[in-house]
Design a protein around this ligand. Structure first.
Ligand SMILES: Nc1nc2c(c(=O)[nH]1)N[C@H]1C(S)=C(S)[C@@H](COP(=O)(O)O)O[C@H]1N2
Ligand SMILES: [Mo]
Length: 233
């Protein structure tokens, strides 16, 4: 299919440009003007379903024994926190079964995570009126940024278990963030610090060309993919 304003027209139909980029462009066209999550469609545009669980990170998986693990919560909050693992697991515990979507195009259904809902963490630390964004810091030096609103999603949690077992080191144990409604690079593994701020600070991938928000349903993969909260760089 080739629309009159198709920027790829004239290219061989099997070129890399036409297969990947056009497919993505057409899918976004399909979404434009429709509800973010159309009816029965469970797989976001451009994604494929996997049954295994790929491991993606910077290649350095920090080893944090439970007795050395600490989570700092600071910045624009009324009550800072400095939790040990025992202190953290003394917070209200919840189980969330959810789909996850990686920007490299794999999606995985029905992942059962257990841990502390971000809603319960927010209740414990109480962000001030100044807080608009949340910067996630991790033990491997990774950072990523989300809005306070995205962080506070009802199904977002700090997970210490997967499928009833402690989260493995490869997948971010002892504790990782899971924000199911955004691409998985926003879900920091080996989380060490949660910082509430007024001004946004793009993280590791966000300064390397990834979209600032990363909504899979709007295909916000790269910084020029448009949509709300696009820094336009
Ligand atoms: N600390 C940290 N968190 C991270 C990353 C990382 O490199 N370091 N990679 C991100 C990316 S790009 C993805 S796709 C997911 C992968 O999580 P998984 O390895 O459990 O599938 O973790 C995200 N969280
Ligand atoms: Mo990723």
């Amino acid at each position: 299919m080739s629309a009159p304003d198709d920027p790829d027209r004239g290219l061989p139909p099997d070129s890399k440009l036409t297969t990947t980029k056009r497919q993505w462009a057409e899918t976004r066209k399909f979404i434009t003007g429709r509800p973010a999550r159309p009816g029965a469609d469970r797989l976001p545009p451009g994604q494929h379903l996997v049954r295994d669980w790929p491991v993606l990170d910077l290649g350095l998986q920090p080893d944090i024994p439970l007795h050395r693990w600490m989570l700092d919560v600071d910045g624009a909050v009324e009550s800072r926190a400095h939790w040990t693992f025992d202190g953290f697991t003394a917070l209200p515990q919840s189980t969330v079964t959810t789909d996850i979507h990686c920007v490299t195009t794999w999606s995985r259904y029905d992942n059962r995570f257990e841990g502390v809902l971000t809603a319960d963490l927010l209740e414990a630390v109480r962000p001030t009126a100044e807080a608009r964004h949340v910067i996630l810091h991790a033990y491997d030096g990774y950072t990523t940024n989300v809005t306070l609103q995205d962080f506070a999603a009802p199904d977002a949690l700090l997970a210490h278990s997967f499928d009833g077992q402690p989260l493995t080191k490869a997948h971010g144990g002892p504790v990782r963030l899971v924000i199911p409604h955004l691409y998985f690079w926003k879900s920091a593994k080996w989380i060490s610090r949660i910082e509430f701020v007024g001004d946004d600070h793009p993280g590791f991938w966000e300064v390397r060309g990834y979209h600032n928000r990363g909504d899979p349903w709007a295909e916000q993969r790269y910084s020029d993919d448009g949509g709300e909260d696009d820094p336009g760089i």
